[in-house]
Design a protein around this ligand. Structure first.
Ligand code: KG4
Ligand code: ZN
Length: 342
């Protein structure tokens, strides 16, 4: 069978990323233009700046990805692009570029949901895909979702009521003046701290109404950290270790709740926060305890990237499900009308 190559384009937030991925999930190239150093000046992503930079870099990133892969446009079988959820202006740049290339190169288009792309990042460079049904935890800057994936449907079992996990990391780092993005900084700092030093609240504990619900909430923990910071002198590594411990404990409890309700074959953990050392440790423990096959993306594929977009398009490609040129973008994960279908 001749190999197929998918070009994946990701521009939903602040990274412009383009990749060439083969149909056996091998990554031939990923070219990412990171805007972190720009947005760091403001302590967070400024949407208008993000979309202007995507506009400048998306086509050079396509050219560079093709070149590094040693391919030309003629070798590409389809173009995959993230169309929701994300920042509207940013999504529009990637989607417009993909549509233009599709017309110019006469290649089919596949619109990809960003959460599905994160899940598919765990399949890159792996020989096989999980059997159905499997459980996926997406923890990123914008989402904290537990999703059940069966052969023909994806069911969201639970989501966050307030901040996403990565958002909590970023907000805490901003409050404590540690830098941006907060996740990697806090993860590193927490290694030198004592996680039992600060007592942080556990909002979804056993005796409240959310005990039996798959729902996440991080704002209570965030407020408690803020109170310690406001009180003055703190042992920062220990406060960050206590914070990280609480976040991971809370996620773990809800994953276990889902696992107690149904038998799954595999556990996928993906999204920017899946790069976190404690989250990865928790995922390994759970997989061992419940005899689940574990799918964790390599560290370089945890953050937004074009390779995961191409990977998420693979099933649609082989089943011939292509998007028509007039598909839309949407900011939220559950838009009123499906932006990918017309
Ligand atoms: O998936 P992603 O690149 O973008 C979104 O789709 O949101 O995730 C970015 C998020 C940021 O909030 C960042 O702080 C967080 O991932 N992150 C981490 C770590 N590395 C990145 N959070 C915790 N620990 C890390 N090591
Ligand atoms: Zn993401």
């Amino acid at each position: 069978m001749s190999e197929n190559y998918i070009l994946g384009i990701e521009s939903s937030c602040d990274d412009t990323s383009v990749a060439v991925v083969s149909s056996d999930y091998h990554v031939l190239s990923v070219k990412t233009v990171s805007q972190t150093s720009v947005h760091r000046l403001f302590g967070g992503v400024i949407p208008e700046i993000a979309s202007r930079n995507h506009l400048a870099w998306v086509i050079p990133a396509v050219d560079a990805a093709l070149k590094e892969a040693g391919k030309t446009k003629d070798d590409i079988s389809a173009i995959a692009v993230t169309n929701y959820p994300g920042l509207i202006g940013s999504l529009l740049i990637g989607v417009s570029a993909a549509k233009g290339l599709s017309v110019g190169w006469k290649k089919p288009l596949i619109a990809v949901n960003h959460l599905n792309a994160h899940i598919a990042s765990a399949f890159l460079e792996r020989e096989k895909r999980p059997e159905f049904p499997y459980l996926a935890l997406v923890v990123s800057g914008g989402h904290t979702s537990l999703i059940e994936i069966s052969e023909d449907e994806r069911t969201v079992l639970g989501e966050t009521m307030d901040d996403a996990a990565g958002e909590a990391y970023d907000k805490i780092a901003k409050m404590a003046d540690l830098g941006y993005p907060g996740g990697p900084i806090i993860d590193k700092m927490a290694k030198n701290g004592d996680a039992s030093k600060y007592k942080l609240p556990y909002l979804l504990k056993n005796n409240n109404k959310y005990a039996d619900e798959i729902v996440f909430s991080f704002s209570g923990i965030k407020s408690a950290v803020k109170r310690f910071l406001d009180e003055g002198e703190v042992d920062m590594p220990s406060l960050m270790a206590s914070f990280q411990n609480r976040i991971v404990e809370l996620i773990e409890r809800k994953v276990k709740l889902a696992l107690s309700r149904k038998k799954y074959t595999a556990f996928v953990v993906a999204g920017g926060v899946s790069a976190n050392s404690a989250v990865r440790g928790m995922a390994e423990n759970i997989a061992a305890k419940y005899s689940l096959e574990l799918y964790l993306p390599e560290l370089k594929y945890c953050q937004d990237n074009g390779a995961m977009v191409a990977a998420a398009a693979m099933d649609d490609f082989f089943e011939g499900r292509f998007s028509s040129l007039d598909f839309d973008v949407a900011p939220t994960v559950r838009p009123k009308t499906n932006p990918s279908k017309n």
